[in-house]
Design a protein around this ligand. Structure first.
Ligand code: SAH
Ligand code: SF4
Ligand code: F3S
Length: 471
């Protein structure tokens, strides 16, 4: 982790399929934001490949450029806007080039993007990707094309995602879409619509196929995976007596049973819905990883109430105690926002004390960025000056860095089973992988290769990496 704003969202990665036999129109696809967006881009590639497209890494040769966008903080949107402006020159040289925006900025920014700044030809929201071939044809016919309709049903369950530029070992699998939680700071319920879960049979089938294709780890994705439910109503009633019901704890077990060599992770859990049942399922299967991301956002109950998070500091600490009791080797990470509306110095210190009490192994930390339409924007004043927000952020980053280093130092001397993901960035003679706790481990290559499991004894560390040797 660097000593600056730590951001789990990724910045503009270009996605390309390694090999393809098509000779069709060329698609350049770039993704911003969270894992959900990267997973969606694989669905987009699948839909467009069926329509005759091939993906390219070379922006210059593209017939269609699509940017999958993120709205979570102001900075994420500014980055995308600047990127879109950079295509203006290419469009002048090649007037038939189609530029489009996908994802979370679609609904919010469609007018600005299409009419005011005339930066794009097509705008497509996260639930409308099946309509992409249609919309691109419309643009080729000289019109602007928009579909930002949000759906209550769409899960793309039947679409087999095309893995783009990954490591061939770890994969994301979407298990639900949207979010109903309405945390007052968060734009996601507006950009991605209502929460809905995907058929467990299609999830298990996708995981099985991934295993057969050499993948050895899946991360099940949703904004709040603990509220995953199939054939169960929001009130907990069975919808169809002829079909089995599945909750998240059960889904985890179904996926873990695909193969003991297929590791299972998930993201993200919501503390208000994190029951002991999930922890017990995790304890039963070796291949469900000992790692939980449990975003707290703030350590002060009044701020949590204003954030509409649905839990108190005490409830959250009780969930942490349950994790430490049921899964004693589990690593825990969190998300924190500093400088939320009205946050006093004392309330900020409650966040500091909570971090110290839980002793997270990692944290993703942000200063508050007001988002249009959210409850916080309508109801509370964004009254903490930016320099205070940033000062509080630096304070917690410094504390977390120290906690991460302490946690990693405790790993020295221990041996972990590591799934190899590839060659280390720093040296061709070394490999990197992760242990069950999600820590990156680096070790000498020897005869090992990616996709294998090895036991590595740790002999050194930094605050973000473990170093060791295969034993
Ligand atoms: N569904 C996940 C979070 C998705 S967004 C969950 O509930 O845990 C990822 C993180 O971005 C959030 O946990 C929060 O810490 C941060 N975030 C969301 N909205 C933000 C905002 N308006 N300003 C700053 N950080 C924000
Ligand atoms: Fe946003 Fe809250 Fe939903 Fe997470 S749970 S996506 S923070 S509204
Ligand atoms: Fe960003 Fe949308 Fe994900 S706002 S964080 S890409 S759900």
């Amino acid at each position: 982790m660097d000593n600056k704003e730590i951001d789990e969202t990724r910045q503009g990665e270009v996605l390309e399929r390694k090999s393809s036999s098509h000779t069709g129109k060329k698609l350049f696809l770039e993704s911003y934001g969270c894992a959900m967006n990267f997973s969606d881009s694989e669905i987009v590639a699948s839909i467009l490949e069926k329509d005759g497209f091939i993906t390219t890494r070379n922006q210059e040769e593209a017939d269609v450029i699509l940017i999958n966008t993120c709205s979570i903080r102001d900075k994420a949107e500014t980055t995308v806007l600047n990127r879109l402006k950079s295509f203006k020159k290419q469009k002048k040289q090649n007037p038939s080039l189609v530029v489009g925006v996908l994802g979370c900025m679609a609904e919010r920014m469609k007018e600005t993007l299409l009419e005011q700044q005339k930066l794009v030809d097509v705008v497509v929201g996260p639930d409308a990707y099946r309509d992409l071939p249609n919309l691109i044809t419309k643009v080729n016919g000289g019109q602007k094309a928009v579909n930002v309709l949000l759906s209550r049903e769409e899960t793309y369950a039947d679409i087999s995602p095309i893995k783009l530029g990954g490591n061939g070992v770890t994969a994301f699998v979407s298990i639900m879409r949207g979010c109903d939680n309405m945390c007052s700071f968060c734009v996601v319920p507006f950009t991605r619509g209502r929460e809905r879960s995907r058929n467990p049979l299609s999830i298990v089938a996708e995981v099985r196929e991934l295993f057969e294709n050499g993948y050895r780890e899946v991360t099940l994705l949703g904004q709040n995976v603990n509220s995953y439910r199939w054939n169960i109503s929001k009130k907990g009633e069975i919808l169809d007596a002829n079909i089995p019901t599945t909750n998240f704890a059960q889904l985890l077990e179904l996926v873990a049973q695909v193969n003991p060599d297929m590791r299972v992770r998930y993201s993200t859990s919501h503390p208000k819905d994190m029951g002991d049942d999930v922890l017990i399922s995790m304890s039963k299967y070796e291949n469900i990883c000992d790692y939980i991301h449990l975003p707290v956002q703030s350590g002060n109950s009044d701020i949590l109430k204003k954030m509409n998070r649905g839990y108190t500091r005490e409830w959250y600490l009780n969930r942490i105690a349950a994790i430490k009791r049921i899964l004693p080797d589990c690593f825990i990470s969190t998300d924190i926002i500093t400088g939320f509306c009205g946050e006093t110095e004392q309330q900020h210190q409650d966040t500091v004390s909570l971090i110290k009490e839980v002793k997270y192994e990692y944290s993703y930390m942000f200063f508050y960025s007001e988002r249009p339409k959210t409850l916080a924007e309508r109801k509370y004043e964004d009254d903490i000056p930016e320099d205070i927000k940033k000062q509080r952020l630096s304070e917690i980053i410094e504390i977390q860095n120290k906690l991460s280093l302490d946690a990693y130092k405790k790993c020295i001397g221990k041996t972990y089973r590591v799934l190899i993901e590839g060659i280390s960035k720093k040296s061709d003679a070394e490999l990197y992988g992760r242990n069950s706790q999600n820590s990156v481990v680096i070790f000498e290559k020897g005869d090992h290769k990616k996709g294998e499991y090895v036991n590595v004894k740790i002999n050194d560390c930094t605050k973000a990496t473990l170093f060791g040797e295969v034993v």
